[in-house]
Ligand binder design. Structure first.
Ligand code: NAD
Ligand code: LMR
Length: 341
């Protein structure tokens, strides 16, 4: 009898484990800015991702329309569009596991990403406040520019409410690695999927530092044209769109890739590494609290921040220039929240 009972108990425990494992695989993903140039294709790509079970789409205009459209795609996930109101925003965020934020204005020719600060800082601050209220434990993926400043803004908002978890806040820099691998493949005649280029620093101009010396083509670290193309790839698109905005389609792909990486790690996959701009120990001794490098993801968000590794003399110089700008960009975000809480 005892043996029988014990066997049943073990079986029941096994079932419970199986149940809770699959329960954890339920994933609500919220997109804030879902009706924009990035938001629309990103929402479509997330609808195509079987790891996403619930898709919540919010924008100050057009969220329900995009949701109705995307909801006809015949994959299993549910799609809901929310009204542009504080209640709609709170409902879109409630219970969310991953919040992706591409809300805000894009650049026009002649502008730097920092020129977007005045408009986007308050948009991101307010969305971060709503997230801190409604889903303080969600992973936050920030796409809105200037990323070097909007990520610190989110951190300050969460800190002020006592809910900051540095392991859950990510600035999306995936597009820089996507570009680097593509541009290298064009030069070397290779398949971009085999080109894994490390890009560190931040996400604007000289703060974007590709480390070709660590790649299969160390000779490229002296290729100034290529380095410049990776650092200013965004400008290439801004110029070509000629006033109609910046990268949206390649960004949607990059944002969907980063979201998938976070979900894969959350659902137990080991060894998921994506570069990202995070609260990082790497340059804290120089007063720089955020830095993009390769990040290993896990069920709790950031699992491990990988070191920059060995760099050559040219890259050393690039890093020096990066740190100067990055420090200013981060400080600007922090002081914005201090004076505009
Ligand atoms: P867009 O103007 O096409 O779309 C932005 C959307 O945000 C619009 O639909 C707008 O209604 C919405 N929005 C504005 N304020 C909002 C708020 N308070 N709440 C919810 N939604 C709001 O712009 P886009 O081309 O999609 O670019 C969006 C942002 O992403 C820009 O800041 C751009 O610079 C940035 N971006 C970042 C990267 C990156 O690599 N991280 C790449 C490309 C673009
Ligand atoms: C990009 O890198 O394409 C984005 O940051 C948008 C921009 O302003 O260049």
């Amino acid at each position: 009898h005892i043996t029988m009972f014990a066997a049943r108990a073990v079986f029941a425990a096994g079932q419970r484990r199986a149940f809770s494992a699959s329960a954890r695989n339920l994933s609500k993903v919220t997109v804030l800015g879902a009706a924009g140039g990035i938001g629309q294709p990103l929402s479509l790509l997330l609808k195509m991702n079987p790891r996403v079970t619930e898709l919540a789409l919010y924008d100050i205009r057009g969220g329900p329309g995009v949701a109705a459209d995307v909801s006809h795609v015949n994959t299993k996930s549910t799609v809901t569009g929310y009204d542009p109101s504080p209640e709609g925003l709170a409902a879109a965020l409630k219970g969310s596991d991953v919040v992706v934020i591409p809300a805000g204005v894009p650049r026009k020719p002649g502008m730097t990403r920092d020129d977007l600060f005045n408009t986007n800082a308050s948009i991101v601050r307010d969305l971060a406040k709503a997230a801190a209220e409604s889903c303080p434990e969600a992973n936050l993926l920030i796409i809105s520019n200037p990323v070097n400043s909007t990520v610190p803004i989110c951190a300050e908002v969460f800190k002020a409410r006592g809910v900051y978890n540095p392991k859950r806040l990510f600035g999306v820099t995936t597009l820089d690695v996507v570009r680097a691998s593509r541009f290298v493949s064009e030069i070397k005649g290779t398949d971009p999927k085999d080109e894994n280029i490390t890009v560190v620093g931040g996400h604007s101009g000289v703060t974007i530092v590709p480390l070709f010396s660590q790649s299969k083509h160390p000779d490229l670290s002296s290729n100034e044209k290529l380095i410049n193309r990776v650092q200013f790839g965004g400008d290439e698109v801004v110029k070509a769109k000629d006033g109609a905005g910046s990268a949206t389609l390649s960004m949607a792909m990059a944002g969907a890739r980063m979201t998938d990486a976070v979900l894969r790690a959350a659902q137990g996959e080991k060894g998921v590494v994506e570069p990202s701009f995070v609260d990082s120990p790497l340059y804290k001794d120089q007063g720089i609290d955020f830095f993009a490098s390769k990040v290993e993801l896990g069920p709790n968000g950031v699992e491990k921040i990988l070191p920059v590794g060995q760099v050559d003399a040219i890259e050393e110089k690039l890093l020096e220039a990066c740190l100067v700008d990055l420090k200013k960009n981060i400080a600007k975000g922090v002081s914005f929240v201090a004076s505009n809480p």
